[in-house]
Design a protein around this ligand. Structure first.
Ligand code: SF4
Length: 205
């Protein structure tokens, strides 16, 4: 990632009270996360292809943390319970659909569990983002989320809104719509809550 761009991004997030840290690889991020989260803490996981790539859930479970990750659910009901439990854990770890150099974090959600957790859930939130998800402005970040992240995430989850076929958003009202909630984090009051970890790798979509 371009160093000048990263410095600008870090400064802009700092102005909005959000700490940004840079990592060369996803494995580096994983080691760092395992190091800073105490073993007695509970952890909620927001669905993220980035985190799944390094299987952070298994590593946390293996060493004894209690982890609420909807991917562990055996059925719909269990999935809902895990999503709710993840809202009140000590830590929440997730990815993001896009961030902008001007200092915003942009996400869409189907049911809203992930954006709810990020906005006002666990006391500590870690958001891991690959370099492919960085846009210059908040408008470009929203464009990315709707036209790139949504179709790919919808397809992965087995939904079929128009963007899956068209590869672009047509602002649908389909029952298969996956972007029911759009959240833009513009800043935070507690500088120690949300931390943004940027990885110099292409991660997720
Ligand atoms: S509004 Fe519809 S078409 Fe647009 S990104 Fe969301 S699901 Fe896709």
């Amino acid at each position: 990632m371009n160093e000048e761009k990263f410095i600008k991004l870090k400064e802009n997030f700092k102005l909005r009270n959000i700490e940004v840290q840079y990592f060369e690889t996803l494995e580096n991020v994983k080691s760092y996360i395992l190091n800073i989260i105490p073993m007695e803490c509970t952890i909620g996981i927001g669905h993220s292809a980035t985190l799944q790539k390094v299987d952070i859930t298994s590593s946390l479970l293996e060493r004894g943390n209690i982890v609420y990750d909807k991917e562990l659910a055996k059925n719909k009901e269990e999935c809902k319970i895990l999503k709710k439990k993840a809202l009140t854990t000590d830590w929440y770890i997730t990815g993001s659909n896009a961030i902008s150099v001007d200092g915003r974090i942009v996400n869409v959600d189907h049911t809203g569990n992930r954006v709810a957790a990020i906005i006002f859930g666990p006391d500590k939130v870690i958001i891991v983002v690959g370099k492919n998800k960085i846009e210059d402005t908040v408008d470009e970040a929203i464009k990315r989320v709707k036209n790139i992240a949504c179709p790919l995430n919808a397809k992965r989850a087995g939904f079929n809104p128009p963007c899956v076929t068209l590869n672009k958003c047509v602002d649908c009202v389909s029952k298969e719509r996956v972007c029911n909630s759009l959240s833009i984090i513009e800043g935070q009051s507690d500088s120690d809550r949300i931390k943004l970890f940027i990885v110099n790798e292409e991660c997720g979509f």
